[in-house]
Design a protein around this ligand. Sequence first.
Ligand SMILES: O=C(O)CCC(=O)C(=O)O
Length: 212
Amino acid sequence: MQHDLLSPQAPEMEKIADGVFLFRSNVDEKQFMEQVNKVIDEIPFRHMITPGGKKINVAGTSMGKCGWYSDRRGYRYEMSDPISKKPWPEISSTISKIITDAAAKAGFNNFIADSCFINCYSPGVRLTAHIDQDERDFTQPIVSVSLGVSAIFQIFGKTRGGKALNIPLHSGDLLIFGGSARRLYHGVKKLENTVHPLTGDKRINLTFRKAL
Ligand SMILES: O=C(O)CCC(=O)C(=O)O
């Protein structure tokens, strides 16, 4: 169903599928972008490599107690940046509360993210279908915030192929997937070559997780 965001009937949260909840235009984009800028001043976006030696086309960095990392040694969470040896910048208490409150509205009480991976997509870049499975507790949801250029987020099933549920994500949208959707394959379609006032030709995505 289409909702007019300006009408009083526009829901704050929409259940898209089992375990998948969307909050349209939910966050203050500038506030989140300021947090991203603080992080990249400390630990800039970088293209990691897969354990098999392939470059990951989406550039990334992290904030929180631990950060997701990939190199020849494998996919894992690291307590500090293996290259600069710096601890990952903190998730501010204001942002942490916004994420915890949104998760609670979707039925995931007491979600406290200890890690946030920040993805930076350039035009033409896509995120191949994958499952987030380096975290310890899969009962904890994933909370994802989009900034800048819009993209199509895709949720597949328990296997990589097949028909996807396509969810257009715009700047300021907050998406939660947990419960029965937590371990489904998901990815992002190729980013269009267009610009957004907040990020230029880039899309930034913040993925909040409880990893430890
Ligand atoms: O960019 C997105 O919307 C999703 C990111 C994602 O799936 C991930 O970082 O695992």
